[in-house]
Ligand binder design. Structure first.
Ligand code: SAH
Length: 346
């Protein structure tokens, strides 16, 4: 039997075409779309305004794929939840729910594993397993909303994977999650973090999206950046920053620079000054992330004093800077660590 089609991955127009293709009226598409993307049902039988016959017909050809929680950890400190989800083929991925007073924010994975090889990141240790589909990205949000019975208002593409290495599916996901017939999230409530795939940043800028771009900078000179991010061998900091400026010109969206502080590698006051000079004049914000050490590497987190000194130095140069608040300290492993320990056990 042929594999059933993933009905959650269609936009409304594609769904209309699908229905026409099986001899159905296209207005049904809007009803079905709403069941999938607003009511977040997991079976055709729940679509009560659709005839039994059509439900059966849909079930023969399509399936509503979802992601199934295999483990959920909840922080007793701040309610942060880490989800380990199994995909249809048994691969597991990680998502995180963070509860802020301004709403619920979810960090989703865009790939199972990653091939970028950043030195301090646990997600990349076993390489890339596969790209996630748009529907698998949506399902992470929908399942978390179903689990907590609340709306998710902010999405960050900062889980496992390099979103711009899975460009088409990520763009499709953004299209679907912001569709006014579906969840209708504002693009402005989405942040995409990239290690800096320059041509893809420029391509995204040309699409005129309104999402926030977060760039993993992590160093103020190319040599140091190469020690941490292999992608730095391909694109220089100058090229990456030019692409970010282009993104700002095209979209008017302020850029976020992520800078993970690693003791003895990139955390001196001199480096803070160099960093400030580097981004001077750009409409940006720097987010400092005290490195979260992973077992497999011997990176050490900068001490509090170094972190605050680094922040102060940047502030003195009149650049917006914040230290990323650690959420769910009691369940906190570095990005991708929960997934990795689960896979190692298997
Ligand atoms: N592929 C995307 C998303 C990665 S995760 C990217 O490269 O931007 C989001 C951020 O966390 C990135 O800036 C990443 O470099 C950083 N990061 C990953 N592992 C980390 C760790 N163990 N400690 C601190 N920051 C880490």
């Amino acid at each position: 039997m042929a594999e059933k089609l993933d009905i959650k991955s269609y936009n409304l127009i594609e769904l209309q075409e699908q229905l026409q293709g099986i001899g159905e009226k296209s207005f049904r598409a809007k009803q079905i779309y709403k069941w999938i993307h607003v009511d977040k049902v997991s079976s055709f039988d729940e679509m009560t305004n659709i005839s039994k016959d059509l439900r059966a017909k849909l079930g023969e050809r399509y399936e509503i794929r979802t992601v199934n929680p295999v483990q959920i950890l909840t922080s007793k400190i701040d309610g942060t939840k880490k989800y380990l989800f199994a995909l249809c083929d048994g691969i597991v991925i990680e998502s995180v729910l963070m509860r802020y007073h301004h709403g619920n924010s979810v960090c989703i994975s865009t790939q199972a594993g990653c091939r970028m090889g950043c030195k301090f990141c646990a997600s990349t240790l076993n390489g890339l397993e596969r790209n996630l589909t748009a529907s698998e990205m949506l399902s992470q949000i929908y399942e978390i909303e179903n689990d907590i019975g609340e709306r998710v208002s902010n999405i960050v593409l900062m889980g496992s994977g390099e979103p711009l290495d899975n460009f088409d599916n990520v763009i499709k996901f953004i299209e679907l999650i912001t569709d006014k017939n579906g969840k209708n999230l504002s693009q402005r409530n989405i942040t995409l973090s990239t290690c800096g795939l320059v041509p893809k940043i420029r391509k995204m800028a040309d699409m005129g999206l309104q999402i926030t771009l977060a760039l993993s900078l992590h160093a103020s000179d190319d040599e140091t950046r190469k020690q941490l991010l292999p992608i730095a061998n391909k694109y220089s900091i100058r090229e990456v920053l030019d692409a970010c400026e282009y993104y700002f010109e095209k979209t008017g969206r302020r850029i976020t620079f992520e800078y993970s502080l690693v003791s003895g590698v990139n955390d001196t006051k001199e480096e803070a000054t160099k960093l400030a000079k580097l981004v001077e004049g750009m409409n940006c914000h720097i987010n400092l992330i005290p490195v979260n050490p992973i077992e497999e590497r011997d990176f050490v987190q900068s001490d509090k004093e170094a972190i605050y000194a680094f922040q102060n130095t940047i502030e003195k140069n009149k650049i917006h800077v914040t230290i990323r608040r650690e959420m769910g300290r009691d369940i906190n492993g570095a990005c991708g660590q929960l997934r990795k320990s689960f896979m190692d056990k298997q």
